[in-house]
Write a protein that binds this ligand. Structure first.
Ligand code: NAD
Length: 339
């Protein structure tokens, strides 16, 4: 194994420190200190150095964790099914590499695969904060944040202030237990209004709608949460009994249950259609009333999703295809961090 020079060792330490600092500011304080594009760039640099020199990977490296630990003011709840993050792809090559990795896994499976369904479904990647909602006999009993993916914060009272989240499912015979996941977000208009208000009151401004949504969900005072008018798009449905065939069907059923589901979803038989979808939204997303930072490509047949499963950090059956940052990645926010 090639030995890293002391410059490389120092670089790895430095990157690790900076990413820890940035991720704490981002997830725990909801006040980012650097642009996302810079964060992603530094993260990738660290990942590459750790691939080249695996002996430099430490258990506390930012690349080894799933998300930030839940805040202590709320009760911690363990997710039944981990609420992992998504792997990112920044170009066609990375998207194709993801497809090839998936095909390899599927080829080793002996089960017959039903190929009559389109393979991919594209959804817009809503720039908000993930929530898991539990319904028992059709009634909302619990709302939790993603937290570190394994354990989240119980924020049921706050979740109940979001008008687009049904307190009771619109189903005649609801199953005993249903879990719905999706994205809580703020519209661009409301985000601007909140910041104008904060400016008037001499308070610090939220850096983006995502941080504002995450910060709002973790307010201890539910009245403040209600006043901020969060919205919610559902995108995942876990049902113990009803057999669903595809992610498309799951989204349709979520809609019937009374959830708001993003209408801009599309089935894609191959990566060519996925790329067309990605390109077609690149500029038109600016006209949407909410922020999106990419496209989430998912394997549509749920049987294949099951076969692909998860890595330690991500589902193998989904990937986030990110739009390039709008600003040149040179601007640091709030404080200057030496890179
Ligand atoms: P992510 O933003 O790359 O993607 C995962 C999330 O996408 C999910 O948890 C879910 O909440 C969301 N999502 C939205 N629409 C979805 C849909 N239709 N289907 C499924 N999921 C959907 O992952 P992350 O771990 O939340 O954040 C990592 C990103 O955060 C980095 O790429 C970086 O840009 C940013 N970050 C920035 C800083 C900073 O200092 N600026 C620090 C840490 C992280």
């Amino acid at each position: 194994m090639e030995q890293p020079t002391s410059d490389i060792q120092q670089r790895v330490q430095k990157l690790s420190q900076q990413l820890h600092l940035a991720s704490y500011a981002y997830y725990v304080l909801d006040a980012p200190i650097m642009e996302d594009a810079i964060y992603d760039q530094l993260y990738r640099e660290l990942q590459q150095l750790e691939t080249d020199y695996p002996q430099l990977i430490t258990p506390d490296s930012p690349t080894q964790r799933v998300g930030e630990k839940p805040a202590t003011q709320f009760t911690s709840v363990r997710h039944n099914i981990p609420l992992y993050s998504l792997e990112n792809a920044f170009n066609t090559q990375e998207l194709k590499a993801w497809e090839q990795r998936g095909q390899k896994v599927l080829k080793t499976e002996e089960k017959e695969i039903n190929s009559s369904e389109p393979l991919y479904i594209c959804e817009l990647k809503i720039d908000g904060s993930a929530l898991a909602l539990t319904y028992e006999n059709g009634i909302l009993v619990r709302g939790t944040t993603r937290g570190d993916g394994v354990t989240g914060e119980e924020i049921t009272q706050n979740v109940k202030t979001i008008r687009s989240i049904p307190l009771r499912l619109k189903l005649e015979n609801p199953p005993p237990k249903v879990e719905v996941r999706g994205e809580a977000f703020l519209s661009v208009n409301i985000f601007d209004k909140i910041n104008q208000e904060r400016q008037k009151n001499g308070e610090s401004l939220f850096a983006n709608p995502r941080n504002a949504a995450a910060g709002t969900l973790r307010q201890l005072d539910s009245k403040i949460v209600r006043s901020r008018q969060l919205d919610f798009f559902a995108y995942t449905l876990h049902l113990e009994e009803l057999a669903l065939k595809t992610q498309w069907d799951a989204l349709e059923l979520l809609q019937e249950m009374g959830f708001k589901v993003n209408p801009n979803r599309q089935l894609c038989p191959s990566l060519t259609e996925v790329q067309n979808y990605f390109q077609s939204w690149e500029s038109s997303r600016q006209n949407l009333p909410y922020m999106t930072d990419g496209v989430v490509v998912k394997i549509n047949p749920l049987s294949r999703q099951e076969q692909l499963g998860f890595t330690q950090k991500f589902p193998r059956w989904a990937i986030a295809l990110k739009y390039p940052a709008e600003e040149a990645p040179t601007k640091l926010l709030a404080v200057t961090v030496q890179v």
